[in-house]
Design a binder for this molecule. Structure first.
Ligand code: HEM
Length: 441
């Protein structure tokens, strides 16, 4: 009998308790058992709560810890084909090296102006006292930002493409979330809509690749990918180009939309933090739109984003599978085939790294405080070779959107709403988050 995890029901193990309330179940057990928790969820499963173990899994011995078949199998690859997110370790490095330059800060910095313009467009109808659903506004804005970064020429088609992406994501959420999903060939309406959306997206991306080859369009992410070369000088095959484009379109907005949503939610609950934010923004920007050169000066703004990603990390969990048996730095003995839960939601609430973890406090991320913490005690973007490729882009967007809106507006929560995080593929709110916007005096 294990002393490092909760006892479970016969046959079902911990599954009923986990499915009943994933976040609470994982958190309670992390608090109870410390460095690691052994769970009975089908295969032996280890929830890690110790930064040294996490560093070991993501860097030192990462080759022994593969992404799970849920992502890398045929079914998993429905998400984005053979794109970088779902490649297995042995194919990953070559692809990652080829793609990395397109996400260098020097390149993505070019999208800053577009992000300001899109933010202005998203809020231009606001009037003093208008009521909005902040989750909806942030999600649409983040989606527009990534689509226009990938396809700089996208204007009229944007609503259709956006809708097809949402259909695709809804379908994948269903496939990943159901124990027994309908087979794809059944002619029900969800399957039909998914197939149509998939076809339209495929055709659209192919046509855009062709259009760039025919013309001299060069200033967007798709053009960058077309011009990408592997180390031996060869270009990417068209099927790979399509899969990588789809990966970016699918991964590049929901997490940002959620991060910004949770950020506004916390700010509305903490007026004293909002006051400090306003002070920094007014001092640094002196009324002009945020530019890339301002970003390094907006330290408190960035700390608010970082604290949001600690408190409510959109990618609240990611999973690995041990190829061979191994012993972790904490002493946990991991058998071959075991699942490893890397859970920012629970790790970021470990009081060893974050005293008083349930308090939202951006000061934890001021540079002098942050540098005293273990690097792998903070993993909203992962780490090691599979570190999020969009990290710099996401952080830049969050700071720009937060700063641009705060320059003009103050948001407050409409009372009487019971907002809770729901752990789906990402951590989304259980309902619309109604807020009132007021023009700053
Ligand atoms: C706040 C926003 C974001 C969060 C919290 C986030 C989180 C993460 C995490 C935790 C991983 C690692 C998963 C693992 O190791 O299993 C990851 C990987 C990835 N993310 Fe993000 N992400 C964000 C934004 C973005 C954006 C904007 C893009 C694209 C423009 C993106 C594209 C990717 C890709 C392609 C990978 C796979 C990288 C690889 O395996 O080499 N993400 N992300």
């Amino acid at each position: 009998m294990t002393t490092h995890g909760p006892s479970g029901y016969p046959l079902l193990g911990n599954l009923p308790d986990y499915l009943g309330n994933k976040l609470n179940f994982l958190l309670e057990n992390a608090q109870k058992y410390g460095d690691w928790v052994e769970l009975k969820l089908g295969e032996p499963t280890f929830l890690l709560n110790n930064a040294d173990d996490i560093k070991y899994i993501l860097t030192t011995n990462h080759k022994n810890y593969e992404k799970t078949p849920r992502l890398t199998s045929e079914r998993g690859r429905k998400f984005s084909g053979k794109g970088i997110l779902t490649t297995k370790t042995h194919e990953h490095l070559r692809q990652r090296r080829a793609l990395q330059p397109a996400f260098h800060f020097k390149i993505i910095a070019k999208f800053a102006r577009e992000m300001v313009d899109n933010t202005d467009e998203a809020i231009y109808k606001w009037k003093d006292g208008t009521e909005i659903d902040i989750a909806e506004v942030m999600m649409q804005l983040a989606q527009k930002n990534i689509l226009r970064a990938v396809f700089s020429n996208l204007a009229d088609q944007l609503p259709e493409i956006a809708e097809d992406i949402i259909t695709r994501r809804t379908y994948l959420g269903y496939i990943f979330g159901s124990l027994f999903p309908y087979p794809e060939y059944l002619p029900n309406s969800l399957n039909r809509q998914y197939r149509q959306a998939k076809e339209r997206l495929d055709q659209f991306i192919s046509a855009e690749i062709e259009r760039r080859r025919q013309s001299a369009l060069t200033d967007d992410l798709l053009s960058m990918l077309i011009n990408t070369r592997y180390e031996d000088g060869t270009p990417m095959a068209d099927t790979q180009l399509k899969d990588e484009t789809l990966t970016i379109m699918l991964t590049g907005y929901e997490t940002i939309g959620e991060a910004l949503t949770w950020c506004w939610h916390q700010l509305a609950k903490h007026p004293e933090i909002t006051d400090k934010l306003i002070k920094e923004i007014d001092t640094v920007l002196t009324g002009k739109a945020p530019e890339v050169s301002d970003l390094s000066k907006l330290k408190y703004t960035e700390a608010i984003i970082s604290e949001t990603l600690r408190f409510l990390p959109p990618t609240w969990i990611y999973i690995r599978m041990a190829t061979d048996a191994d012993t972790l730095p904490s002493g946990a003995k991991v058998p071959a085939g075991a699942k490893i839960y890397l859970c920012p939601y629970t790790l970021h609430r470990n009081p060893l790294y974050y005293p008083d973890p349930d308090r939202f406090d951006p000061d934890r991320f001021l540079p002098e405080v942050r540098k005293q913490r273990h690097r792998f005690a903070y993993i909203p973007f992962g780490g090691g070779t599979r570190l999020c490729i969009g990290e710099a882009y996401a952080k830049m967007q969050c700071v720009i959107v937060l700063a641009r809106i705060t320059q003009q507006w103050r948001l407050s929560l409409i009372s009487g709403q019971a907002i809770k995080p729901v752990p789906g593929i990402t951590l989304h709110p259980n309902q619309a988050i109604k807020m009132q916007v007021n023009r700053r005096q």
